[in-house]
Write a protein that binds this ligand. Structure first.
Ligand code: SF4
Length: 238
């Protein structure tokens, strides 16, 4: 969780938790996995789990989550900072991951991170499709997409702007509201996605009591947006 500065996830943790740090770009170590560059079939996997999608358009649906390790974005409020460094996690083949996924009945697989677009995901998408999965991607949009995805959730971060090409491919835009200035920032990104893209505002978890009423009021005034809550946290599932 973000409010635990003694866990030592990143050397700049204290600086990153300064009040204004969330609007500064942060330098995070290059975490790309050299194994994937040499062999796109293999990916560093921080964890996999079977749960419900807690956010956005597919909220409440059963899904198999594949959390890849490695992120070069560095959000202050990141709740999976242990995913930032790829080293130390098992490096699995796409086939192994897809076989794990197929042990469960749902046929929705969600590739998340970390920042999964650090990697070439073509082999993983292909392996999952062969097992009958719809493949969903959750990304900040910081890197070009390399893979065949059925659903792309773009959640842009201030620390590394999304690529225009990713904005154009997104099926849903999910903006985390940490500060009231983030509404204007959300509108900036809404202008970059296609008209068909679903628009969601989601309170940052540690500020949900302060931000949720502001989001509700904003959506009432701007009904093209919808509310996304982190349902999985409310019901205490992964
Ligand atoms: S992009 Fe995601 S994983 Fe990376 S720092 Fe931000 S919230 Fe954490």
């Amino acid at each position: 969780m973000p409010n635990e500065p003694d866990r030592g996830f990143h050397p700049n943790f204290a600086e990153m938790h300064a009040d204004t740090a969330h609007i500064k770009p942060l330098k995070v170590a290059d975490t790309a996995c050299p194994l994937n560059a040499a062999d796109p079939d293999r990916l560093p996997v921080m964890e996999t789990f079977y749960s419900l999608q807690g956010e956005g358009f597919h909220q409440g649906k059963a899904a198999f989550f594949i959390r890849l390790a490695g992120c070069d974005v560095g959000c202050v409020w990141c709740d999976v900072k242990e995913s930032w460094m790829a080293e130390g996690y098992p490096v699995l083949s796409a086939t192994e991951i897809a076989h794990q996924a197929a042990l469960h009945p749902a046929r929705m697989a969600i590739i998340t991170g970390g920042e999964p677009t650090l990697y070439d995901l073509r082999a993983l998408c292909q392996a999952l499709h062969q097992q009958g999965f719809r493949v969903h991607l959750e990304t900040s949009g910081a890197h070009e997409l390399v893979g065949d995805f059925d659903w792309i959730c773009l959640s842009p971060k201030k620390f590394k702007s999304p690529l225009k090409s990713v904005c154009q491919q997104a099926h849903e835009l999910k903006v985390v509201i940490y500060h009231r200035s983030d509404f204007a920032w959300a509108e900036t990104h809404a202008r970059q996605v296609t008209p068909a893209c679903k628009l969601y505002l989601q309170p940052e978890w540690s500020r949900r009591e302060r931000m949720t009423p502001l989001i509700i009021d904003y959506i009432q005034q701007h009904p093209q947006w919808e509310l996304s809550l982190q349902l999985h946290k409310y019901v205490q599932i992964p």
